[in-house]
Design a protein around this ligand. Structure first.
Ligand SMILES: [Zn+2]
Ligand SMILES: [Zn+2]
Length: 362
């Protein structure tokens, strides 16, 4: 079996592995049809500790990357309800289900959390083993490449939930990458009145308005545009999806007094906060971490199945597993603005009937 394995910082290799064998109780073996690459993967690729150090290491050393897979069940372990041949999207969290946070349903905060592609083998492989519980069957009308975007869509669903969006709210999304473009769609579906996307790359701004944003502006124009839209008070909710301290600062700045700033971009940086003005503005700063298998993920899959969230326009590249380094990770690093969502097809292109579907919806 072929898999893209991380051996250390910026050292990803497509290698032959022994066959995976039968899944244990409660698990299934999937043939991976599609797996997205996202910003978090790039963070791991660039900044992960050596492969023999936690949290990257799988039990046996090098780690198969990929946390946005969709696949077909090819074998089920005991005590599994899924059927062989069923198509599923994979949520990805391997949580203990017994700790304080799991008992509250906050699975992403699990004391011993690992995820596919981060701490456990992921989906950039021809096949993978995964707990059945985090595999969600999806309708045959949804293409596997689109199902692979259930994971980032569920990130957006959670962030919108964390924002406690009120109907008619003015929302600003800082960062028009895949997550930002999904967020702007989900926020609109969940009642946002005005949606403004702030993004430096012109092509992404055009895409944002195609996907339903009311306004897409460059960062230097955003302050004025928001002031014009909101009688000078700022957005009810700002989502930070840029993943840099600077974009966090701007998101806070563009949030109105008494409004909410939701952080979901991944960054290692730090931010200085003027505590007096923060207090006087009574803003809320809320973090939103990934998703849950039982709430956010099913919501995302339904939004994709029903076509309420459009993902085909976000897919910039479809590549083979062998191209994962050159046309995937390194291409995204070399020319981040030239790509959006790169989807890897580890078992080759999807079958023709589905390709026809894609053209019809694309
Ligand atoms: Zn992701
Ligand atoms: Zn737990």
């Amino acid at each position: 079996m072929r898999a893209a394995r991380m051996y250390g910082r910026r050292d990803l290799r497509v290698v032959d592995l022994p066959e995976l064998g039968s899944p244990p109780p409660g698990w299934v073996r999937l043939r991976v049809e599609a797996c997205g690459i996202c910003g978090t993967d790039l963070e791991v690729y660039l900044n992960a500790p050596r492969s023999d150090e936690p949290p990257l290491s799988a039990a046996d050393g090098p780690l198969t990357m990929g946390h946005e897979p969709a696949g077909v069940v090819v074998e089920t372990g005991p005590d599994v309800d899924l059927q062989v041949g069923q198509r599923v999207a994979v949520e990805g969290h391997l949580f203990c289900d017994t700790c304080f946070w799991c008992r509250r349903g906050d699975y992403a905060l699990c004391a011993t959390l690992r995820s596919t592609g981060q701490g456990a083998d992921g989906g950039l492989a021809e096949e993978m083993l995964v707990p059945a519980r985090i595999c969600l069957p999806y309708a045959d009308t949804l293409a596997p490449e689109h199902a692979a975007l259930a994971e980032p869509t569920s990130v957006a669903c959670r962030a919108v939930r964390r924002a406690r969006l009120e109907p008619g709210s003015t929302v600003v999304v800082v960062g028009g990458g895949s997550i930002g473009l999904l967020l702007s769609q989900v926020a609109r579906l969940r009642g946002a009145g005005q949606v403004v996307v702030v993004e430096p790359v012109k092509r992404r701004r055009e895409l944002a308005t195609c996907l339903g944003a009311d306004l897409a502006v460059a960062p230097e124009d955003a302050g004025q545009a928001l002031a014009d839209l909101t009688e000078g008070v700022g957005a009810d909710v700002a989502f930070e999806a840029g993943g840099r301290p600077e974009t966090v600062r701007r998101a806070l700045e563009w949030t109105r007094k008494g409004g909410r700033t939701v952080l979901l971009g991944v960054t290692n940086g730090t931010l200085e906060l003027d505590l007096l003005s923060f207090l006087l503005s009574e803003k809320e700063l809320v973090a939103s971490l990934s998703h849950t298998y039982d709430v956010d993920f099913p919501e995302a899959v339904r939004l994709l199945e029903t076509g309420q969230v459009q993902v085909e326009p976000l897919i910039s590249d479809r590549i083979s597993l062998d191209q994962v380094v050159t046309h995937g990770f390194e291409a995204l690093l070399a020319e981040p603005d030239a790509h959006l969502k790169v989807v890897v097809l580890p078992n080759g292109p999807v079958e023709p009937a589905r390709a026809a579907d894609l053209e019809a919806t694309g």
